[in-house]
Unconditional design. Structure first.
Length: 396
């Protein structure tokens, strides 16, 4: 694959992301094989929308949190029957759009969302819709117990709206102790809710925030499934069915980011490798000022292979004009030279969607999809400078 990365860089330009279809499908399959009978997987597409098309035929749900993500799902032909339409901000038109598409579930995060939904129920009385009500954890997402109760009472008079269950999520990379406490809490809440309102719902949609270890010395540790297995052991005998939301845990191992070393220089702090990417493209959860070493490879260019071997302690810095653009601080590389490539592994989650792309008007990286020996470019390099200055609307 080493030579292939150089060929890809020559053909499509550096830097680029490459997401692997077979890895994505295998990851989903491995997770599903460990689920109990009362559990179903839901992919949080905010982690990486490029994976939707790769796993759209899998028997899983897809959590969508914006109208734009819903448009992506439509464009790749994802069945609406697999879509959970969530999001803290919804307009009446957003709710009506999801309703008319007949998505699997609409998440209600506020009394206002409930009002919008009931308006749709009145406009389309012959169409049924499942909903889940999100319980807040004290942040801006979801509803208080009182507001949730009020919504349950309001929905009771609409026969075409069915409460599928309760949604609860508090964050990512959580410990088993935290998850155990949350499972006990939400099950008690749901049991009391069912009793109070004589409801027949069965589902808890829950984000366990399964941890993904990016910085382990054991290269395979980040991909292990022990956290998932521990979680399943907590819920397998539950009276409730679980829809398990996961983004990072699914997507992380499915992608790589390839960037070229463009300069190597000394400074009073040691040697620096400057790459044509940087923190505007790379985002490892838990990284702080480049102090941790992510899973990565150094590939020497053909023109540099005859240079003497020497281990160099260097800092990998990006192309942004800010001292914050430190990707990795003090890593040992084998005589790095301009023209070499650095391959950052486990980059499938969030980097492609969450990084600071517009800062300093550098181009967005290309995006490639690998499926066995077939590699396809699905997005070329996109200039960002056009987004960073305004035009008079009359000039457009």
């Amino acid at each position: 694959m080493q030579n292939n990365y150089f060929e890809l860089a020559d053909k499509f330009g550096s830097p680029f992301y490459i997401f692997d279809s077979q890895t994505a499908k295998k990851r989903v399959s491995e997770i599903k094989s460990r689920l109990s009978q009362n559990a179903r997987l839901c992919y949080a597409v905010k982690a990486n929308a490029f994976l939707i098309d790769l796993v759209k035929d899998e028997d899983i749900l897809f959590e969508v949190c914006s109208p734009g993500e819903l448009s992506i799902c439509e464009s790749v032909g994802l069945s609406p029957s697999k879509i959970v339409f969530s999001g803290v901000m919804k307009t009446p038109s957003d709710v009506e759009r999801a309703f008319k598409l007949r998505v699997n579930t609409i998440t209600l995060e506020s009394p206002l969302h409930c009002k919008f939904l009931l308006e749709c129920a009145g406009k389309f009385p012959d169409q049924n819709q499942d909903v889940i009500l999100r319980l807040t954890n004290g942040n801006q997402f979801g509803m208080t117990q009182k507001d949730l109760y009020d919504c349950v009472e309001a929905i009771a008079g609409h026969k075409n709206i069915h409460i599928r269950g309760i949604h609860f999520f508090t964050g990512t990379q959580k410990s088993l102790k935290k998850v155990t406490e949350e499972v006990a809490f939400i099950e008690d809440f749901c049991a009391a809710l069912k009793e109070k309102f004589k409801l027949d719902f069965t589902d808890i949609e829950y984000g366990p925030g399964l941890p993904y270890n990016y910085f382990s010395a054991n290269e395979s540790e980040g991909e292990n499934y022990s956290a998932l297995e521990d979680f399943i052991s907590l819920i397998k005998d539950s009276q409730f069915s679980y829809v398990i939301e996961s983004g990072r845990f699914i997507a992380a191992p499915c992608g790589k980011y390839v960037s070229k070393i463009v300069d190597v220089k000394d400074s009073s702090e040691g040697e620096f490798c400057i790459i044509d990417g940087g923190i505007n493209h790379i985002n490892y959860f838990g990284q702080m000022m480049g102090m941790k070493i992510p899973p990565m490879e150094h590939l020497r260019a053909e023109c540099n292979k005859n240079l003497p071997d020497r281990e160099v302690s260097c800092t990998i810095a990006g192309s942004l004009c800010t001292t914050a653009d430190i990707v990795v601080r003090k890593i040992s590389l084998g005589n790095p030279q301009a023209g070499d490539l650095l391959v950052f592994n486990d980059i499938g989650a969030y980097s492609v969607t969450e990084s600071m792309y517009l800062f300093l008007s550098h181009p967005l990286p290309a995006v490639l999809i690998s499926d066995g020996n077939k590699i396809q470019q699905v997005r070329g390099h996109i200039e960002s400078y056009e987004l960073n200055y305004g035009k008079n609307p009359e000039e457009n």
